[in-house]
Design a protein around this ligand. Structure first.
Ligand code: FAD
Length: 471
């Protein structure tokens, strides 16, 4: 499918490509090497108007479609997968859900943040609830005029850099009756840094990282009261970072309002965006920060997952862009590199590899564009989004790998961007719904019935399950 672009879309794509080539591509290797969130790229994206493009004009955005965003993501991801992902999350996922189902207050808040460059975090996955997301145990209890959240998420993209968090939890009313799975908006204070990933943290580090204003005597008194004599055996109040003691010190020194950024995952690729644990310890959320789609809590998870279809199309586009970038590199290389006295592009074995790579890319692009264009003013269809993500994520693995092969030893060098692209591409069959689980979703649509994966076919209620305390 070769999409027919309007003049405005052609211009948008050209602007995205120009930015990707001039500013984003030159920084891609450095972002990967340092594993530092690319704030410079975020500033460039924000200046170009590529964050919050889908936000309605009424809220300060450009009111563009998901297909428009796909055109931008594709160009960014050719240059840098991390930056492609930032554009996804600045336009799809959480912001899409809030714009569709949020209150006026929530929409204004979310729009303001993404338009200023924030990449919201979506907090669903837990250590014991990955593919089985509905088995999450994070609880949101209604107490008076607020919600109180307790639980632990992991592999949350943007942990420690995102301000807006959309947190999924099981919802309990005042009578401890479970209402369903819902989502809550929490804005992290930017001064609450995730901190570097060194092994130990001192109380001095905690004070500096969190800009704590307490007097030294208050700090000492609180620590002594909590740790008693035990502190004397701890050399200068040093603790393993992200340990229960570290969290206890944060709490003792009023350093956080119940939302704790935990350990960073040592991810294989896409290293410029942190994935971390996020812990909720009696996190208080104002009543009006619950996102309640029409139909109430019982239908909340299903409705919010509709918004997630856009995120899946976005992820598929990043995979597509990475693969296209790798293909372009390989195409140039095979025409320049000579062996046996001629360019290696003259060998039929390699010609057929190139033909297969380009065929996969064309099919991937067709699926992604179809899902995005089909969304219209709403969200992409679940089947189309899943098909796009399955096919494109597997294409990205195959195409980046073949591109590396076409470079021979030069492809195996860490100085070659392909090494990064192979690692980056590997993520997309896992994050945001695995290729296996998405196949089950597609099959259930084909067969016209739900295909429950639990032993007894039902999503279990959480009553009588212990609430996990984390420290
Ligand atoms: P598991 O569910 O344990 O699956 C293990 C294997 O079993 C997989 O191959 C899976 O396909 C297979 N499997 C499981 N159940 C079935 C089944 N019923 N049928 C067939 N096969 C099955 N989560 C968030 O909430 N927010 C984020 O921002 C986020 N970002 C992420 C970023 C990255 C880089 C990664 C890698 C993950 C991220 N995740 C995030 C988590 C991601 O969504 C989960 O990893 C994913 O849903 C799979 O869960 P799991 O890792 O626990 O794997």
């Amino acid at each position: 499918m070769s999409a027919t672009l309007t003049p405005a879309q052609k211009k948008l794509k050209e602007r995205a490509r120009a930015l990707a080539e001039s500013e984003i591509a030159p920084r891609a290797a450095e972002v990967d090497r340092t594993e530092a969130y690319p704030w410079d790229n975020v500033a460039a994206l924000t200046r170009a108007g590529f964050m919050g493009m889908t936000v309605a004009k009424k809220y300060g955005g450009a009111g563009l479609s998901y297909f428009d965003v796909v055109l931008v993501i594709e160009e960014m991801a050719k240059a840098c997968g991390v930056t492609g992902r930032i554009v996804v999350e600045g336009n799809m996922g959480a912001i899409g859900a809030i714009m569709a189902y949020g209150s006026e207050k929530q929409k204004k808040l979310a729009a303001k943040l993404v338009l200023a460059g924030d990449k919201p975090a979506i907090c669903i996955t837990e250590p014991d609830a990955g593919s089985a997301a509905t088995e999450m145990t994070t609880r949101a209890e209604h107490r008076g005029d607020r919600w109180v959240l307790n639980g632990k998420k992991h592999w949350i993209t943007g942990g420690g850099v995102s301000r807006l968090h959309m947190i999924f939890a099981r919802v309990f009313d005042e009578f401890d009756q479970e209402q369903g799975i819902g989502a809550f908006i929490v804005v992290r204070d930017p001064k609450q840094a995730a901190g570097p990933q060194s092994a130990m943290v001192t109380v001095k580090d905690v004070i500096e990282e969190n800009r704590i204003k307490l007097s030294p005597s208050t700090v000492r008194r609180r620590l002594r009261a909590h740790f008693g004599a035990a502190h004397k055996s701890r050399t200068r109040w040093r603790f393993p970072r992200h340990s229960p003691d570290h969290y206890a010190v944060l709490k003792l020194l009023d350093a956080h309002p119940g939302l704790i950024i935990g350990a960073r995952e040592p991810a294989m690729g896409l290293r410029g965006i942190p994935e971390t644990e996020i812990i909720f310890d009696d996190l208080e959320v104002a009543e009006d920060m619950a996102i309640v789609p029409p139909g109430g809590w019982r239908h909340s998870f299903g409705a919010l997952m509709n918004a997630y279809n856009a995120q899946r199309v976005g992820a598929a586009t990043v995979a597509l862009g990475i693969a296209e970038g790798a293909f372009q590199m390989a195409l140039s290389h095979v025409q320049e590199r000579e062996q046996f006295g001629r360019p290696i592009a003259e060998f039929q074995g390699l010609q057929w590899m190139l033909a297969d790579m380009s065929t996969r890319l064309a099919a991937s692009r067709a699926l992604v564009y179809k899902a995005a264009q089909g969304a219209g003013d709403g969200f992409p269809d679940a089947t189309e989004a899943a098909q796009a993500k399955i096919f494109t994520s597997e294409t990205a693995i195959a195409v980046t790998n073949d591109a590396l092969q076409l470079f021979g030893a030069a492809g195996y060098s860490r100085n070659n961007p392909l090494e990064r692209m192979v690692r980056d591409a590997r993520m997309f069959t896992i994050g945001g719904g695995t290729a296996q689980v998405l196949r089950t979703l597609v099959a259930s649509r084909i067969l016209g019935r739900k295909l429950p994966q639990t032993r007894d076919g039902y999503v279990k209620l959480m009553h009588n399950r212990p609430t996990t305390r984390h420290y």
